[in-house]
Design a protein around this ligand. Structure first.
Ligand SMILES: *Cc1c(COP(=O)(O)O)cnc(C)c1O
Length: 616
């Protein structure tokens, strides 16, 4: 077992993309002065912040943007491709203001645009998108949303409304006719024959939720011509799903889209000049080489896209289109790291100290267990282990039948646990290793909410890389499952024998132990739920240069009052009720009421995560 021989690197070389390194046993950001994440976390905690922390690294957004543009730029050069490459960021992947500010700043040199899928997202784009950068609008639209599109156009935005159905086109053309206002550009989402793949695959295929069929496409061209607006049709769009494992469906979709593009041009769409590939490029989340997520590189995608479009256009004798992408996950996932403190190790009490053998009168099987524990070694490990598991079964039955007492049962549990651990430590090749690891797994209680911070784990079983921030020079010996602090039994990251997580045995009275969850920058914040009313964690932006790191835009997690306000409680009334009840209470002496109230109000102004760490 790998975990036996080497200090664990938690698959960093697989999912890490060189963004982090391990130095002196700590995870460090692999940039500039290479600060340890633990130092950043400790600095923020010095100011009194507790609970989970979401750290954003702007240089990692920049890195992804550069990668995307460089890949397409290289392919365009190689194939002498005439069209431009242009990326826009789909807001649904992360609309949080601190992230958006980073994206817009880091995307400046490329004129990186935004994609909006709802009115609220469109407003964000209209307010913050750089004026030299495009906005694309997908999703179903009513008149009001279309009207927003016209206003954006009048504000000077380069905006393309992608229609999802003919009704939307009718509404747009009607509005233009009525108002005489300048038309936004029109994009058309095409319904592909090609089905998407993966858990998100419903975005593609003939029964997809979105897009126009061939017949509708022809009708759209007719309509646009009839209204004298065919020159406004500039883009066709498709999106085949997220986290594509394989590039084949994208290539099939491109062949379809490329030919549709060429046909529409021939039908008189004179200004049709862009194909928008949507998103879908995968992120490597896997911590183990056997279960890697994606089988392609970004350069391969760019080469395929450019080459395919080039050859279709040559064949059909049309100009090469601009290539738009709406990659979300690929751009945003790596920038955010969630750090959460471990609050408790639940089975830590199974130590020799917990053993409480009777002076005399231990049941014979308990005494035997104790002998097995003392004498188990590498040679006899398998045999002794099996004997002890047998004894344990018998002893538990004896307890159920009333023959042994609770103290005996406790000794049984502790001894069995100790024997399993000793067997695992001494014999590397036990056949039932996995099952045993599962059996003695430690439950780590972690100060975060899975529903708020990693909803895709709960909803889709999406795993995120997990590792401790320090002690990485020591072999982690405990098979771990993680519990969040919600009262929901689903709030658990279970131990998986196929992809085991091992953590360290730490005495939380002596040291803090922090876990980091990586690649949480895409979708998780946007989808995060307020289960049990846990709110978005405290967040901070961390800039890194050769001298060190700088923390900016620190935003504390919402206070209890803000959380209640957010779900429409009248917070003045909440405070009034609390005050009334304290003033009426017969259990609180009159002279103390003011203090109790002050203490209560203090709590109301703080966030809902737990503060208990035994260390200050
Ligand atoms: C969700 C979405 C995207 C982003 O997809 P990723 O897999 O995150 O790259 C892009 N375009 C459209 C239309 C979408 O709905």
């Amino acid at each position: 077992m790998k975990s036996k021989e080497t200090p664990n690197d938690y698959g960093l070389s697989i999912w890490g993309g060189n963004n982090f390194t391990i130095e002196g046993g700590k995870v460090c950001v692999n940039s500039g002065a290479r600060p340890a994440i633990l130092d950043i976390v400790n600095e923020i905690r010095t100011d009194g912040y507790r609970g989970p922390l979401l750290l954003r690294f702007p240089h990692l957004v920049k890195k992804q943007i550069n990668k995307l543009y460089r890949a397409f730029s290289a392919s365009k050069k190689e194939y002498k491709y005439g069209g431009r490459f242009q990326a826009v960021f789909p807001l649904k992947v992360n609309q949080f203001p601190s992230f958006l500010k980073i994206l817009i700043e880091e995307g400046k040199e490329y004129g990186y645009g935004l994609e909006a899928g709802s009115k609220a997202e469109l407003i964000i784009a209209m307010a913050y998108n750089r004026e030299d950068a495009p906005i694309t609008v997908n999703g179903f639209k009513d008149e009001e949303m279309i009207s927003l599109g016209f206003i954006a156009k009048e504000m000077g935005h380069d905006i393309t409304l992608t229609i999802e159905g003919l009704g939307e086109l009718d509404a747009i053309l009607d509005m233009q006719k009525k108002t005489g206002d300048p038309m936004p550009d029109i994009g058309i989402r095409i319904r592909l024959h090609t089905a998407g793949i993966g858990i998100w695959g419903k975005s593609g295929g003939i029964n997809a939720k979105f897009g126009l069929t061939s017949a509708e496409l022809m009708r759209a061209v007719q309509l646009l011509k009839k209204f004298g607006q065919i020159d406004k049709l500039t883009m066709i769009h498709f999106h085949i799903g997220s986290q594509m494992e394989d590039i084949a469906p994208l290539k099939r979709a491109l062949r379809e889209a490329g030919n549709i593009y060429a046909e529409l041009r021939k039908m008189g769409a004179v200004n049709l000049r862009a194909i928008n590939l949507g998103g879908g490029l995968a992120v490597e989340y896997s911590q183990d080489a056997q279960s890697k997520s994606a089988s392609y590189s970004l350069q391969e995608v760019a080469n395929d896209v450019v080459f395919l479009l080039k050859s279709i256009c040559e064949n059909k004798g049309v100009e090469e289109p601009d290539i738009f992408t709406e990659s979300g996950r690929l751009v945003a996932a790596s920038h955010a790291v969630l750090v959460a403190p471990v609050l408790e190790l639940f089975t830590q009490e199974y130590t020799e100290k917990a053993l409480n053998l009777k002076e005399k009168g231990n049941p014979p099987l308990v005494s035997e267990l104790y002998d097995l524990y003392r004498t188990i070694n590498e040679k006899n490990a398998a045999e002794y282990l099996h004997d002890s598991l047998d004894h344990m079964e018998s002893l538990l039955t004896l307890f159920d039948l009333g023959y042994i007492d609770l103290q005996d049962r406790s000794n049984t549990e502790v001894l069995t646990h100790l024997i399993i651990r000793k067997a695992l430590d001494s014999a590397a090749h036990l056949s039932e290793r996995d099952r045993l690891q599962q059996r003695i797994q430690e439950k780590y209680l972690v100060n975060f909410s899975l529903f708020q911070s990693m909803p895709d784990y709960w909803g889709l079983g999406q795993e995120f890389p997990i590792m401790p921030l320090d002690r990485l020079d020591k072999k982690p010996g405990r098979s771990a499952s993680l519990w969040d602090i919600t009262c929901d039994s689903d709030g658990e990251i279970t131990f998986k024998t196929k992809r085991p997580l091992f953590l360290h045995d730490v005495d939380l009275n002596e040291r803090n132990y922090f876990l980091a969850f990586f690649l949480v920058g895409a979708y998780q914040e946007a989808l995060g739920m307020r289960h049990n009313l846990f709110s978005h964690p405290t967040e901070a932006v961390v800039e890194i240069d050769d001298d060190g790191y700088y923390i900016r835009d620190l935003k504390p997690s919402a206070s209890l009052l803000d959380i209640l306000d957010d779900i429409d409680y009248d917070i003045t009334d909440v405070q009034k009720q609390l005050k009334k009840r304290i003033e009426r209470s017969e259990l609180i002496p009159e002279e103390k009421r003011q203090d109790v109230l002050a203490e209560l109000y203090l709590y109301l102004s703080e966030n809902g995560y737990l503060k208990t760490t035994r260390l200050v």
